[in-house]
Ligand binder design. Structure first.
Ligand SMILES: Nc1ncnc2c1ncn2[C@@H]1O[C@H](COP(=O)(O)OP(=O)(O)OP(=O)(O)O)[C@@H](O)[C@H]1O
Ligand SMILES: [Mg+2]
Length: 464
């Protein structure tokens, strides 16, 4: 019944899924797959054993542009657990500008609530749809007017009115049945009707944003929002659209938000995953001064959350003991050992992502779902241009990417983006005016467009 947070996939299946998007980096894929599976395993345990098994956090190390963030992005779609990705650089010490680290947990809870709510909404879909149809019926065939004098009805002297109503009743029912039938047959979908829609009012967006009062600001906003009368607005929409709007509203009424919040907190605690990107940027090398102090402060702030603490969110207190943290960083200048020792110890699993080589580049260009070359092809196909990348071209592009990465700076697969942009520039510009819409790109074409720049070190530093 409750499928959130439990990923049934085996490690092998998870790796296979990741393989669709990420070339190589098998070690990193394996580690995250195992971590996910361990989540599932510990769920099968009982009692204090389940409490004591805490997830082993992962630290991914690899130079820039080799797929760290990409793995996180793909993982996020894969897992059925609340997942958030944050940049460690976003935080500074409490009281400085920037966000306080507890917002990580608040965001996680928020994500969990959204997931649980979504699931509950799906559960009541059918019912909500039926109720939506009733409301559409009300628009077509409004209920006959009730007695104008409620006091009179109360005291029983309403014979006149009720006889009036009794006459209306069968007509009303019959009309309703007739429209219902046509609605069911889908004959009225394009019909325009006027409906009342609720406008959610959020009056003071961002009142406290950017301060450590942020979380409280959210609460306040919600409170004020719920105190304000719901604004209604009349809109003319098709029946088909009204179905959607009403079904949403009805579904929202059918679910119990308190129960959702409770469940969401539980899911966030047991299955939440936080991806801490750019962790190396808050590591400090050697003696500390100035900005470094602040960076070390960030690490100290992060520590309790990674170690396990309780953060108050508007959905209730969330314990972070069982949240899985995956940190990643390039560690170009700082080393993992430059992190404060306590934090190092909280990331027992280290995986290294390899630098990408020519064969990897070739694969990245062509293999992943929506690989780069596929993207360019699709984009230009919109203009009727057919791009044909020959094997020789792919091999040449990959080679150039390696060369430039060696000469200038190693920016990994991002180099492919800059190279391709330059390579396709002319076609991109001319596409709408081209007479011959077939463009063949082979090694010679690549050389013509790129090799001068690639060979000129100074030039390539700026252009590629
Ligand atoms: N192994 C790979 N397979 C497929 N695509 C990749 C791979 N590595 C990188 N890319 C592509 O290169 C780009 C940059 O990768 P990503 O954002 O993952 O870098 P990163 O490792 O997080 O680098 P940084 O340390 O700078 O954050 C993305 O568009 C991604 O699709
Ligand atoms: Mg990254």
């Amino acid at each position: 019944m409750d499928s959130i947070g439990v990923n049934e996939q085996t490690p092998r299946e998870i790796v296979e899924e990741l393989n669709k998007y990420i070339v190589g980096q098998d070690e990193a894929k394996r580690s995250v797959a195992i971590a996910l599976r361990n989540r599932w395993r510990s769920r099968q345990l009982t009692g204090s054993m389940q409490d004591d098994v805490i997830p082993k956090n992962i630290l991914m190390i690899g130079s820039t542009g080799v797929g760290k963030t990409e793995i996180a992005r793909r993982l996020a779609r894969l897992v059925k657990a609340p997942f958030i990705k944050v940049e460690a650089t976003k935080f500074t010490e409490v009281g400085y500008v920037g966000r306080d680290v507890e917002s990580i947990v608040r965001d996680l809870a928020e994500t969990a609530v959204r997931m649980v709510r979504q699931q509950r909404m799906e559960d009541v879909q059918e019912k909500a749809k039926e109720m939506a149809e009733e409301r559409i019926l009300d628009v077509f065939v409004p209920e006959p007017k009730k007695s104008q004098n409620p006091l009179g009805r109360l005291f029983g002297n309403d014979e006149e009115d009720s006889s009036e109503e009794k006459k209306e009743e069968p007509k009303y029912q019959a009309g309703r049945e007739w429209v219902r039938k046509r609605l069911k047959n889908g004959e009225l979908e394009e019909e325009l009707i006027e409906i009342d829609v609720e406008e959610s009012s959020k009056p003071m967006v961002g009142m406290f944003s950017g301060s450590s009062l942020e979380g409280m600001g959210d609460n306040l906003q919600d409170m004020i929002g719920s105190l304000m009368p719901k604004r209604h607005k009349k809109r003319k929409v098709t029946v088909a659209a009204a179905r959607k709007i009403f079904a949403q509203e009805e579904a929202a009424k059918l679910i119990d938000m308190d129960e959702v919040a409770e469940e969401a907190v539980r899911v966030a605690e047991k299955s939440g995953i936080v991806f801490l990107d750019e962790i190396d940027k808050v590591a400090v090398k050697g003696n500390t001064s100035g900005a470094d102090v602040s960076r070390e402060g960030v690490q100290r702030d992060i520590l309790p959350i990674v170690e396990g603490s309780t953060v108050v969110t508007k959905y209730g207190p969330v314990k972070t003991d069982h949240v899985l943290f995956i940190a990643a960083g390039a560690f170009h200048t700082a080393k993992p050992s430059d992190l404060i020792p306590e934090l190092q110890g909280r990331f027992p699993i280290r995986v290294e992502l390899k630098s990408l080589r020519k064969e990897d580049f070739e694969k990245i260009l062509t293999e992943p779902q929506n690989a780069l070359l596929k993207q360019y092809k699709a984009l230009l196909a919109v203009e009727g241009v057919e791009l044909d990348f020959k094997e020789s071209a792919i091999s040449r592009i990959a080679e150039l990417a390696c060369d430039v990465n060696e000469q200038a700076e190693d920016i990994g697969a991002r180099r492919l983006h800059t190279l391709l942009e330059k390579l396709i520039e002319d076609v991109s510009f001319d596409a709408p005016d081209m007479e011959d819409k077939n463009v063949t790109i082979d090694a010679a074409y690549v050389d013509e467009k790129l090799s001068d720049i690639a060979q000129n070190r100074d030039l390539s530093q700026y252009i590629l």
